[in-house]
Write a protein of this length. Structure first.
Length: 397
């Protein structure tokens, strides 16, 4: 028996290591205009990722008084269908609630660690395996989950219909079975973001200049729509879009002393004009990207590091803040006028792990805190972040 367990563990470890791949970038036959450097790109044709063989739909017992084979701990992903219904996932499980988080049912367990969850509505949802990229889907509210294919990148996954979705510059039109790469310029930083098949955004840094690039023809041509001199070196970015001409651009800078500098910009008109939403320079991380040394003016989010960004629409966005040196490290701020003003919430939350945040609309949302030693805790708001109520404490680590 011990030998069988050992062989099984070795096989699982080998499979996980083989399946782990970083989110890569590809470039196609593209043109970049109005930029200070060469627009030459590598000749790369769109690629297709073969489907993963399908698995039989799987359900598991309900957790709670009926018992369950899975403990809900170490929550890694969250997604709302509406204020009352939604999914969470962790290491080896996916769970669902239909009462706003008071009670949870584990629906699926044949997965490594849930990397992302996305829901079009309360019936159609998808989940990814963080290690292998395996994509699961449900079309009956989670009663049955089945393997669909493999997502070729670890970028933000969002479905625009039951058949079409994007993950970075990867697109599927058959529900996730096959994926093709849309062309992006050489040298972009992080992942591109496509709102739809024509409209996309990307970021790059050329020496001491940060550029935001936009395409309106599926990546064949890219145009620089924002250029800012910067002292900071980009170490990451987050791009979200709530409309054809809408983009929220988070630029992440350097870190030091548990602090990370970052900035947030917003456009509603395709990049013709930009609203500076946040300028979080820090003593340890230096100036926020796109701003000079010593720049301490501008709106600031609470915390010394950026938390999750959740965009509701072209006017409303929420963002968590993290303060690793604080007793209660987590906080949430928001804008409800497109970034013209920023409001910092007055409540803070315990938990030194990753903060998860999701909003159903401008008023209703969920927040989940994580910790290596304490149980994950879920809070909900119906007041747009002003007040949060604890609704569930999950299993201890």
């Amino acid at each position: 028996m011990m030998l069988k367990r050992t062989l099984l563990l070795l096989a699982i470890t080998s499979f996980a290591l083989t399946g782990c791949k970083s989110s890569g970038q590809t470039s196609g036959n593209v043109t970049v205009s109005e930029t200070p450097i060469s627009s030459a790109v590598a000749e790369t044709k769109p690629t297709t990722t073969p489907a993963t063989p399908g698995a039989d739909p799987t359900t598991v017992p309900t957790r709670g008084s009926e018992g369950s084979t899975s403990l809900m701990k170490g929550i890694t992903a969250l997604r709302l269908a509406d204020a009352g219904k939604g999914w969470i996932g962790g290491k080896g499980w996916i769970a669902h609630t239909d009462d706003g988080g008071g009670k949870w049912k584990v629906q699926y367990t044949d997965i490594g660690e849930v990397g992302q969850l996305f829901a079009l509505n309360d019936q159609d949802a998808w989940a990814t395996d963080a290690g292998t990229g395996k994509l699961l889907s449900t079309h009956d509210g989670g009663a049955h989950w089945s393997t669909v294919g493999t997502v070729p990148t670890q970028a933000f996954l969002h479905f625009v219909s039951k058949q079409e979705a994007f993950s970075g510059n990867a697109q599927t039109v058959d529900g996730g079975v096959k994926w093709a790469k849309l062309p992006v310029p050489v040298g972009i930083q992080g992942d591109a973001y496509f709102h739809d098949v024509k409209n996309g955004w990307a970021i790059r840094q050329v020496k001491d200049t940060i550029e935001v690039l936009r395409t309106q023809d599926g990546g064949q041509n890219w145009k620089s729509v924002m250029s800012r001199p910067t002292v900071a070196t980009l170490t990451g970015n987050v791009i979200r879009s709530a409309g054809v001409d809408d983009a929220w651009i988070e630029l992440i800078g350097e870190s030091g002393m548990t602090q990370t500098s970052y900035s947030l910009f917003h456009t509603k008109d395709g990049g013709k004009t930009w609203q500076t939403v946040l300028v979080n320079s820090t003593a340890g991380g230096g100036p926020a990207p796109g701003f000079p040394m010593g720049e301490n003016t501008g709106p600031k989010n609470t915390g010394s590091k950026p938390g999750p960004l959740y965009v509701v629409n072209t006017d409303v966005a929420f963002m968590g803040g993290s303060c690793p040196a604080c007793d209660k490290p987590n906080s949430v701020g928001w804008t409800k006028d497109g970034g013209k003003t920023w409001v910092n919430g007055t409540e803070s939350f315990t938990g030194y792990g990753e903060l998860l945040l999701g909003m159903a609309d401008a008023n209703s949302g969920w927040l989940i805190t994580n910790d290596n030693e304490q149980p994950s805790v879920m809070y909900t708001t119906r007041s747009g972040g002003v007040n949060w109520n604890k609704v569930h404490t999950f299993d201890a680590p």
